[in-house]
Design a protein around this ligand. Sequence first.
Ligand code: DGT
Ligand code: CA
Ligand code: ZN
Length: 664
Amino acid sequence: MVLEPQGQNQVEWPLVDNVVKSTGWSLPKARSEGPPFITKSQIVKVLEQVGVLLELDGANQFRVIAYQNASRALASLEEDLLTVVSEERITDVKGIGKGLGGLISEAVLEGTWGELPSLYERVPPGLMEIVGIPGLGPKRARTLHEELGVDSIESLKAACEMGHIAPLSGFGQKSQQKYLEGIDLLRRYQGRSRMDVGLLYGQALEDRVSEIEGVVRAELAGSARRRRETIGDLDIVVGAQPDDHDSIIEAILAFPGIAEVKGHGESKVSLILEADMLGGSPGSSSIDVQLAETLKERSSDATIDAQVRIVSPETFPFTLAYFTGSKEHNIRMRQAAIDRDLRLNEFGLIPEGAAGGAIGLEAAKHTLECSDEADIYRHLGMSWIPPEMREDMGEIEAASDSGSGLPILIEPSDIKGTLHNHTVASDGTATLEEMAAAAMNLGWEFLGIADHSEILNIGGRQIGVSASDVAGQAESIRALNEGWRDAGTDFRLLHGSECDILVDGSLDYPEEVRNSLSHVVGSVHALGSWRARDEIANTEALITAVEDPTLTVLGHPTGRILQGREGFPVDMHAVLRRMGELNAEGELKAVEINASPYRLDLDWRLCKYAKELGVPVCINPDAHDTEGLRDFWFGVQVARKGWLSPADVLNTRSGAEMESLLGL
Ligand code: DGT
Ligand code: CA
Ligand code: ZN
């Protein structure tokens, strides 16, 4: 659902369906020995792609729709596809006719694709790529191809920059600008996945690899282990005796959910993973089971690349440390080793004197023994550095024997509640009671309700709670709280609001309404106006907002949607500095880490600054249903990445403390 912003306070709703991601468009090759040669999910994807390709190719609209329908029909087929095909019942499936039934059967039984290869070859690959750009469907892509010869992202960019798109009928200046922004985003996030999707796949792969016979240790490395907000590819390091390496690689290649094997050698496998990888038991997942279920639904059509590297158990700690990165952190580590006349690489920590002229694995025979990563750090005069912090942002200095020491990082279990959550009163799907029950289930002592304020609407439909309805919600919450108090249950709902910050920095609702609330989360939703003006104006307006005596938390401070849209330009350092001053004067002004994996805003790079300024951080899931509460976990990962300890995070306080902090 993509809604065009119209009015000033129109929401550009999270552009979830609009996420820019270029996928390799190719026909899957048969990999198994016998049928099914191609899996159902692979066929579903191909049919969907063919719909787009046919449209790009200028095919009859009925054919396009036939492929789209067949893709959907197949996706919702519950029976085993091989059985249905073998029993020649595929055309009984509503939406799948004779022609497409034949194609599906051929793919399943023979692993070939009929006439499709020529279609895939005929359509310029660049056209497939540009269809991923927001606002650019196959029809428009085709028009651009025919009118301007656009056949790649490059040529689209050039056409935009030369102003050739705006004059075309049905396009205009606005489209042209939007495409340029889309290209920019595509570039930056090409082939990357959000943290939730990446970790779900990474955890599933790690679990499966760990269960293979002969595997001594397997661990996720790379940006996933460092909990970056987006993940390029997964890196998994496996420790096993050399004699077992071959059979382990064989076992990995037989996993379900491998869309493609990009290559494999003696000690490395490169794969593309798809949704079937996620089946089976969640095993030892660090993500909890419930969260994993929710994520599965969100990421069923994603794919992600993975590199598996297999080494001996003795080499494992070095390889894990190396492939955990970051590259910048590794460079500093290697320098620290050189300073001690040591050579650090993915195979060992080798005294130069002992290694002599040897290189690689040969030199590694002389390595200092390290049974885990902590040993490596110890040899270099440092304490073990949590992976999240390995970004060369001061952690090397802090971890050194002469340094200030590393902070004790916050854990998910430190969270006692959250302040920004929605109910049916605005755009949530759960009632106060349901949200409260889910929060208690998580072991929380409080839950802040912050439904949208009055002005918020989508497409003219009011979403926010009107000023006159606020008192009613207050009464419901008061009654519920009284019930828990009488029953001796240490739990309370806190009655707040997610108040819109208007363009001039003032807050929605009359002041007396805001004063009646326990807390106000101030958020910008009319992104269009904020993105259209400069950084100075936006910074001034946000400072005006945080200075409002009723504002408690600055919600999703930049409005960014990861891989979807940029936040508005703002000098967040300046805003945080002002918030620091206000806190010093005794006013509680917290900045939110919006824990939705689509946002993760405040960015982790700014958390440390907030901490140094004495601005409390509030980790909020911005839940719109009971399951959404679990997103707080991602916020905790961001907080850890930003060096935050429990004391730096407002919602590690107990329910009673929160009440007193909010003056209740
Ligand atoms: P990604 O995949 O783009 O999200 O980010 P990473 O950090 O997972 O990067 P990736 O997959 O290219 O490489 C994994 C780690 O391997 C990286 O974090 C550090 C290490 N590494 C890769 N290339 C180099 C390099 O050229 N120099 C050094 N020092 N380390 C490297
Ligand atoms: Ca990686
Ligand atoms: Zn919200």
